[in-house]
Design a protein. Structure first.
Length: 519
């Protein structure tokens, strides 16, 4: 009890100190002699300027550092990335996980290195939620590195920039033994969900040519809700609850590519240009709230939506994507597009929901098919029939941890390509044990438990965990496809219900009386 009281007292004092925004922190400024450093070289470092936390309470870890690392942008110009290294108690210096969080914003004030600090802006709460998965990795005794892969310019959706930054972060961390204790030959894995798959996936594909010396370290890459194609995500998000992702993504590409500097003036309606430019400062949470249901490219389809702008923000609607310079950038940032493009040589694991309403499943399937056709050595594709984007982040996390646990412990992944469909990835073999550890770690962390000690051995299958796995698996089979769906115009009091109903009815299931549906 005394330990808990002291922990809560220290927490309350820490809450009085707010971390400095990156835009106001000199640590995020590149030195004048940046070009004299090599890619992956640590320019400077410091202890993290505050406690790291998953939500409202700080995590009990042994150490946290921030490195300023030399990297380069998509055009090969030198820049810096800040990367955060976390050491749990009783850490294994031979195991390292690089977690690429979904920043989903073109603002450096939403970067992971800031967002994970206790007292950071509530606007970063969506990234903070991913700390639940990160702290489970720490509970296993793995070192964790979390790079600001977008760079200080906030290059959201710029695949080359993000992949190179992730690899240069790893170069720095694997050379930091005197600071962190991490072994230079540590087995290293990549993990990311949604926006974090852009950095993770591109890092895996760029590694053979960009960072060949990491071949002996990297043992695999796990991706969930794999974003391979910006265009398909824009098509899925336009006019929906997730429409705010669109301006954030466009702002990120404009920040990265000088050739797009005139894109807003050329393609966005004049009365919307001022508002669009301000988006650069938004984290993903305010963008999602501000632009919910906004149609950037498509015209209004519901005549009863009298307060909805009848015209899209883009002057030419979907013709926006025909802009020559923009099309060139899109092609450059689409994964698995050409057989002579970058292809991963390390084992890959992807978990994705077939009814994903944000990152369309078809794009992940295309990339899987192409990589397999082009001869990738190991690719396991875990398909969930019944989960949308938000649910799969949770449901698939147990499967990802099973796979990461195996490759970091030297177990051999699948040979060639293996695609398996399940009702839900909750039923992935061994996932129940990982959820046991996720929940145990979450509870332990709330009460100040030491990550790396308190729940290190909680990743074991129990009668209860296997029972719950079967129960929830059955429930998802019974309930049918679940996704956080669409526009909600048809049934205002239950957003997206009609979309789910139609999906069920395609399979001959009549879930509710027809009079419930408003056409």
């Amino acid at each position: 009890m005394l330990h808990l009281l002291l922990f809560l007292f220290a927490t309350s004092l820490a809450a009085l100190v707010k971390p400095t925004l990156p835009s106001q922190d000199a640590f995020y400024t590149a030195p004048g002699n940046l070009s004299s450093y090599e890619n992956g070289q640590i320019i400077t470092w410091r202890l993290a300027p505050g406690n790291v936390r998953p939500s409202f309470l700080p995590m009990n870890i042994k150490n946290a550092w921030q490195f300023q690392v030399r990297s380069e942008n998509s055009l090969g110009e030198p820049n810096i990335v800040v990367t955060t290294v976390l050491e749990p108690h009783n850490a294994d210096p031979k195991k390292l996980l690089s977690y690429q969080a979904a920043q989903d914003s073109a603002s450096n004030d939403c970067s992971p290195s800031y967002s994970m600090l206790y007292g950071a802006s509530p606007d970063t709460i969506m990234l903070q939620a991913e700390m639940v998965f990160m702290q489970t990795a720490l509970a296993k005794g793995w070192y964790l590195v979390v790079p600001d892969y977008e760079g200080t310019q906030g290059a959201f959706t710029a695949g080359i920039q993000s992949g190179q930054a992730t690899l240069n972060s790893l170069r720095a961390v694997l050379g930091s033994k005197e600071i962190t204790g991490i072994s230079s030959d540590a087995k290293t894995a990549l993990w990311g969900y949604s926006g974090g798959t852009i950095a993770s996936g591109w890092a895996a594909s760029l590694q053979p040519k960009y960072a060949p010396e990491l071949k002996n370290n990297l043992v695999g890459c796990a991706l969930g809700g794999w974003a391979t194609n910006i265009t398909s995500t824009a098509e899925a998000a336009d006019g929906t609850a997730f429409a705010g992702l669109i301006p954030n993504a466009l702002s990120g590409l404009i920040s990265e590519y000088p050739s797009l500097s005139g894109l807003v003036e050329q393609e966005i309606r004049e009365d919307k240009q001022g508002e669009f430019v301000k988006i650069k400062k938004n984290c993903v949470k305010p963008s999602i709230k501000q632009f919910k249901m906004v149609r950037f490219f498509s015209k209004k389809t519901n005549p009863w939506a009298v307060f909805e702008d009848p015209n899209p923000w883009a002057k030419n609607g979907w013709g926006f994507f025909d802009n020559p310079e923009f099309k060139k950038v899109l092609i450059e940032n689409t994964a698995a597009l050409k057989p002579d493009g970058p292809i991963p040589e390390i084992p890959m694991f992807v978990y994705h929901g077939k009814v994903d309403e944000v990152v369309p499943f078809v794009s992940a399937q295309r990339a899987y098919d192409n990589y397999c056709k082009w001869g990738i050595k190991s690719f396991e594709f875990a398909v969930s029939k019944n989960s949308g984007h938000m649910l799969e982040a949770v449901q698939g996390s147990g499967a990802a941890l099973v796979w990461l646990d195996k490759v970091l412990n030297g177990e051999k992944p699948v040979d060639g390509c293996q695609r398996t469909e399940r009702t839900t990835n909750l039923l992935y073999p061994g996932a129940d044990a990982q959820f046991n550890q996720i929940v145990s770690t979450l509870v332990s962390s709330v009460f100040g438990g030491k990550l790396g000690v308190a729940t290190k051995n909680a990743d074991t299958s129990t009668l209860l965990s296997r029972f719950l796995q079967k129960v929830f698996g059955f429930l998802f089979t019974f309930v049918g496809p679940i996704a956080y769906k669409r526009d909600g115009n048809e049934v205002p009091d239950v957003p997206g219900l009609n979309d789910v109903i139609r999906l069920w009815e395609e399979h001959g299931i009549h879930a509710v009386p027809r009079e419930v549906v408003v056409n």
